[in-house]
Design a protein around this ligand. Structure first.
Ligand code: DP6
Length: 369
């Protein structure tokens, strides 16, 4: 699959004045994407659980540009509202996303685009919303392009979802994985012939039953602005002394994890997932300049999870994003005991005692009526 394959070869009558709506979930990487090349090509493969409740819902309407704006044909014209309030701060990010995708969505410059967006999770919770936001926006724009109209039951084709993932990736790498679920793989790696650098694809094997409705309770340790953004962090993998070893490790760990996901071998699953989380942060600790996104509470929680697991033999483990929050992962059958443990021992490390209960989900949903 090549990027040029996503450039439309014929003109489609775009859906002017129609409003479309998509809800896209956040995702949590088990094998971490950290390091990239232009244009948004991952330096190593990644694998993620798609979440269910943490969503961005986006509503987009295309308006004929000549009706509302005197902007030239060369300039993007759009409005962006977050939770009904205009948000000019987001304009540069949206404009640069449009510039990256305009070859693949050529109608963008000819229209005025009205975007309304909201999250189901609290904003400034430290949960990255770029994945769900870019996925939902890409799906809306692609539906409006009318390049892959749905069938009579409103079912979209594989080609539609592949292009949506391609577009979302150009907005934010991890967004490529938020299009579908429950487990998404992004980045070429041997052993998975469907794997691609330019789109994320659903993991092609049957998951062991233990992973059905797998739980992710997100402990909000620090809700503040990150000291180093993911985009800057990725850049620090260029010339990183351990980069090549890390990239190779991601391929190797992905192969091991894939087997555990099929067999249900929880010990291996836990070993790989925690190693990936700690390696991600080890890359930050050893970047130049170095930085730390974990907080003391992050480490205390990890310690407590290890002690709980050893004592109770319950297969609960953690992973980390590029931030201080801890994702506690465990099978649904242990939900009662783990939530009790979180309430008793971990909530003390959460800002304002806040955490979010989520679980693995099946991907983006159209709400277009
Ligand atoms: C640590 O997708 O946020 O969450 O492509 O620059 O937008 P950009 O970065 P982003 O990076 C996510 C990094 C990560 C790991 C992961 O999700 O795989």
């Amino acid at each position: 699959m090549e990027a040029v394959g996503f450039i439309p070869t014929s003109q489609h009558p775009v859906l002017t004045n129609k409003t479309v709506t998509w809800a896209s979930p956040s995702n949590i990487a088990l094998i971490k994407y950290w390091g990239k090349y232009d244009p948004q090509i991952p330096a190593n493969p990644s694998l993620s659980f798609t979440l269910n409740h943490c969503n961005t819902k986006t509503v987009v309407t295309l308006v004929d540009k000549s009706v509302v704006s005197n902007k030239s044909a060369e300039v993007f014209s759009f409005e962006f509202y977050f939770e009904s309030a205009p948000k000019p701060d987001f304009h540069p990010k949206i404009a640069s996303f449009f510039a990256r995708v305009v070859d693949y969505l050529p109608f963008l410059k000819a229209h005025h685009i009205v975007i309304h967006s909201e999250n189901t999770f609290p904003h400034s919770s430290g949960i990255a919303s770029s994945a769900s936001a870019m996925a939902a926006l890409s799906l809306c724009l692609l539906e409006l392009s009318n390049e892959f109209p749905p069938d009579d039951q409103n079912v979209f084709s594989e080609a539609f979802y592949a292009k949506a993932s391609f577009l979302a990736r150009l907005g934010s790498g991890s967004a490529a994985r938020s299009i579908r679920g429950p487990l998404m793989q992004w980045g070429k790696t041997h052993g998975f012939k469907e794997s691609q650098d330019i789109v994320a694809v659903p993991f092609n094997q049957v998951l062991a039953p233990i992973f059905k409705n797998f739980q992710d309770t997100i402990l909000l340790v620090d809700k503040g602005e990150k000291v180093v953004s993911s985009t800057v962090g990725h850049g620090l993998m260029n010339n990183h002394p351990f980069a090549q070893a890390r990239f190779q490790q991601a391929h190797d760990q992905l192969a091991v994890l894939a087997e555990a996901l099929v067999s249900g071998d929880m010990e291996t699953f836990i070993g790989v997932v925690e190693s990936e989380a700690l390696t991600l942060h080890a890359m930050m600790l050893t970047s130049s300049p170095y930085f730390i996104l974990m907080k003391p509470g992050t480490l205390s929680i990890i310690d407590k999870i290890w002690a709980f697991r050893n004592l109770n033999h319950i297969p609960v483990c953690f992973t980390l994003d590029a931030g201080a929050n801890v994702h506690v992962l465990y099978p649904e059958m242990h939900k009662v005991q783990v939530l009790q443990f979180i309430e008793n021992e971990l909530v003390a490390y959460c800002q304002n005692g806040q955490y979010i209960c989520d679980q693995v989900g099946s991907g983006s949903i159209s709400h277009t009526v």
